[in-house]
Design a protein around this ligand. Sequence first.
Ligand SMILES: NC(=O)c1ccc[n+]([C@@H]2O[C@H](COP(=O)([O-])OP(=O)(O)OC[C@H]3O[C@@H](n4cnc5c(N)ncnc54)[C@H](O)[C@@H]3O)[C@@H](O)[C@H]2O)c1
Length: 397
Amino acid sequence: MSQRPLNVGLVGGGKGAFIVHPHQKAIHFDGTRRVVAGALFPDPKIALEEAAKWPYPIKGYGSYDEMIAANATLPEDQKLDYILIVTPNFVHFDPAMKAMKAGIAVFCEKPLCLNLKEANELVKASRKLNVPFGVAHTYLGHWTSRLSRYIVQSGLLGDVRWVDSYYIQGWLATKLEATGQQQASWRVDPKRAGGSGCGGDIGTHALMQLRYVTGLDVTKVSAQMETFVEGRMLDDHFTIYCGLSNGGKALVRASQICIGHKNDLGIVIAGTKGTLVWKQETPESITILLPNQPDRVYWRGAVTPGDGFMPKDMPADLMAEPTIPSGHPEAFHDAFARLHRCFEVDVRKWKAGEKFNSDGSKYASVEDGWKGIAFIETCVKSSKKKGAWTAMPTAKF
Ligand SMILES: NC(=O)c1ccc[n+]([C@@H]2O[C@H](COP(=O)([O-])OP(=O)(O)OC[C@H]3O[C@@H](n4cnc5c(N)ncnc54)[C@H](O)[C@@H]3O)[C@@H](O)[C@H]2O)c1
């Protein structure tokens, strides 16, 4: 008989919330996970009303404290296997810590938390308590991100010299927050968003894409964090020149004031033998540029090992990833589903008392989340010193 689906509890997601919806679709994607409970709103009465209005039956709670406490009293088959944290950044640390202490695994939205002090504690707790912890860096879940990682890290492009990793949007080109728009309001408020607006919100995605695909770390930054829309307290334009752990250089850049740009995230990786180009708005293919050859375009599901560029012995797990045929487009929801699917594997191993491996190869780990926060704090320091080169801190856990 197949195993029961994993039970997932939501923290956040009521009343016009955004990212809970792609997540909840992705949780249900394979039939092996389901949302069973939620603390959907800060006000307990509204939280219960929102749960009652959820498109399928879930157990509503007035707060995440209640949801986590109640878990201890539930029969084994009704207990939460993991919580999904989809609240604004200032409500990540507390539910994550409380869930881990209660023996519940955590899948948390990015950026991990507000500052490095919180990030240190989360990493330490996840290690000490041995609890699976994933961070929702969506774009790692594209099959083409997996393929890009394989290409770059197996040396097919030679040594990485230069990376341009970017995330450009235009939705905050005017003072949208003044209209009370929900998603804009907390993103421009340092108390709720953290030390960076645009950088924390989407610069961390660009950083994560660079680190995931290349396997390299940023060692130092020269940062320009700028605010184009008058009266905003945080950056809405984020341009960071970076030194990489192999001696290469990179630009990690993000903007929310470039009118017309939607979710223009992409990466260009220039190695000593060739260049890789990928754009998340057309996520089904990558382009490889080689000297004196026509460009090679590789589509998900249509990669032939031993074609003169790809090796004959490509990893079986990469080639066998569950998928639909090439040309039936996968996109944002599929990427989220791939992350939840891989997180499920670790949660099931953990529950069976087996060794699990939240090592960042299938979804971003809590250590990756820590690096995102360390990056933001280092950029803030550098930017205040007019872009002076500033070293990234080393992890102390
Ligand atoms: N991975 C991605 O691609 C991606 C995309 C968008 C947002 N995000 C991240 O997801 C998080 C949420 O962003 P969003 O745009 O969905 O925000 P949102 O404002 O649309 O939704 C936040 C939800 O959290 C609820 N909430 C706030 N405090 C709460 C509390 N104490 N208890 C219970 N619920 C509470 C709000 O009522 C709302 O339902 C942020 O950290 C953001 O950075 C990630």
